[in-house]
Structures are given as structure tokens and as C-alpha cells.
Ligand binder design. Structure first.
Ligand code: FES
Length: 258
């Protein structure tokens, strides 16, 4: 259909095993898992292909289900202890979500109140977004400390969801950034959108406001000792006179002595 309506556009089908090489604008594609005949067969005999998958891959499904964690009695407390500190670190993200989100997880019914940065038990509140997720999937993520619930739960389509109003990009971003490092990166990225190469004064140095590592606000995280700036978020160090990063390759900093 794409080819007919936009003949000048080249569409490509990427699938497991596809290797794409781009050389001077020329795209070549090969597949290491399937022959051309097998791929053509998948698309022309779809139901037979699915039936064959179902018949031959039952053991994998059984093994995957058996690998899931038992549901802990303190599931609610674990989610609360994990998410609340992340919410506190991410005021812009929480502001972007700006609503109550209900999670029904097996017998647990909880609300993530992003404006207040709080996770609590659900009590008949009006929520803008809601999810129902099998408890063993959440239990497995808790056991494995899986920081990306978008990949592990939402892409599995083993959940139901609803919302009032538009899709909220911030909410799905939160669900895939469930670690301090990821949430800091995203929060700093959002904050940087309104930051235009600004400098801040730290002691008798003028330095760029955003840390060259993951863009922390150096007016809050930076300290200078003997001409070396340390960003407390991950303890990276920078020699201010030369601008050189002492912790990693590259990552130069803009700084001048006042
Ligand atoms: S943001 Fe990581 S050290 Fe500054």
C-alpha cells in the first residue's frame, strides 16, 4: 500500500535476524535466520505459521511461566519503597504526568499520585490512567529489580489499560526509567530543554550549569576544591583550568576563573 501511494518511498521490513548495511545511502538487507522463501511463506500463509508456532513452542511458554516469581505478601510496600524516591527526584516528569494512576495488581490495588509524589492504597479516587497487570509479572520485576516495565510488561501485552484524555508520554517514560540513573538522565534532559548554555558561579569559577556527564545541575551538585570540580551525582571530576574530565574520556567542561 505504501509503495502504491508513495512510489518514491522505500519501505523495509525488519524482523528478527535482519542485518541492515547502509553504505553511501545504499541500503542492503540480509537475514541470518530465515531464507527469502521462508519469509515469503510467513506473510502469505500467516495462520499456518502461527499454528506452527503454537504447536512447536509450548515448552518455552511453560518454562517462561515457571520462571516467574511468587507474589510477595508485601508487594504494595515494595512498589511504594521503590517508586516514591524516584518520584521525588523527578519533579518535571511528575508534573508532566500530573494525575493519579491506578494499578490493579492481583489483589493489590494502588494509586501512584504523581502530583504528590506518593504511592498509596486505592480508595475510590478518580484516576486519569489505570492499569491491570497480572501479579506474577510485577512480582518477577520486583525480584529482578527490572527497571524497564515498558519492555517487560507493556510490550508483552499481558495487561489492560485505560485513560481519560490523551496518551501521556511522561507516564510511559517513568515506567521505563525505574532507576536513579535513568530518572536523573531524563529529568535533566527535560530540564535542559529550557537551558541555553547557561553558566553558574561556584566559588571563584564560572562553569556551565549542566554536568557534562548526565546533565545534573552543577549549581546544586558541584563543589570545587583545588581547581577540581566534583559533581556529587556520580562523583565525576573535572579539572577546571584545562576543562578536562578526570573520570572519563571526552566530556569536557566549559569553565573560567573569575
Ligand atoms: S551527572 Fe553524573 S557526575 Fe554529574
Amino acid at each position: 500500500v505504501l509503495k502504491q501511494s508513495h512510489p518514491q518511498t522505500a519501505g523495509h521490513v525488519f524482523m528478527p535476524g535482519t542485518v541492515v548495511e547502509i553504505n553511501n545511502g545504499i541500503v542492503t538487507m540480509t537475514n541470518e535466520l530465515f531464507t527469502d522463501a521462508e519469509i515469503a511463506d510467513m506473510f502469505t500463509n500467516k495462520w499456518a505459521y502461527f499454528e506452527n508456532q503454537r504447536a512447536t513452542r509450548q515448552a518455552e511458554l511453560v518454562a517462561e511461566k515457571a520462571s516467574r516469581a511468587p507474589v510477595p505478601a508485601d508487594l504494595f510496600e515494595q512498589v511504594k519503597a521503590w517508586w516514591e524516591p524516584l518520584m521525588k527526584r523527578a519533579p518535571i516528569l511528575c508534573d508532566g504526568i500530573g494525575a493519579l494512576v491506578r494499578f490493579t495488581i492481583g489483589d493489590d490495588d494502588l494509586v501512584a499520585d504523581f502530583p504528590k509524589g506518593e504511592v498509596r492504597r486505592y480508595s475510590d479516587e478518580a484516576c486519569r490512567y489505570w492499569f491491570t497487570i497480572p501479579a506474577d509479572l510485577v512480582a518477577t520485576n520486583l525480584r529482578d529489580h527490572e527497571i524497564d516495565w515498558s519492555n517487560s510488561i507493556f510490550l508483552s501485552v499481558r495487561f489492560t489499560a485505560g485513560r481519560i484524555g490523551k496518551f501521556n508520554e511522561y507516564l510511559y517514560t517513568f515506567m521505563k526509567c525505574l532507576s536513579e540513573q535513568r530518572i536523573d538522565y531524563v529529568e535533566n534532559w527535560y530540564s535542559e530543554q529550557s537551558d541555553t548554555g547557561e553558566d553558574v558561579r561556584i566559588d571563584d569559577w564560572l562553569v556551565q550549569r549542566r554536568c557534562p556527564h548526565l546533565r545534573a545541575d552543577l549549581s546544586k551538585t558541584g563543589t570545587v576544591e583545588d581547581g577540581v570540580l566534583t559533581c556529587s551525582l556520580h562523583d565525576w571530576k573535572f579539572d577546571l583550568a584545562s576543562g578536562r574530565c578526570l573520570t572519563s574520556q571526552g566530556h569536557e567542561i566549559r569553565a573560567s576563573k573569575i
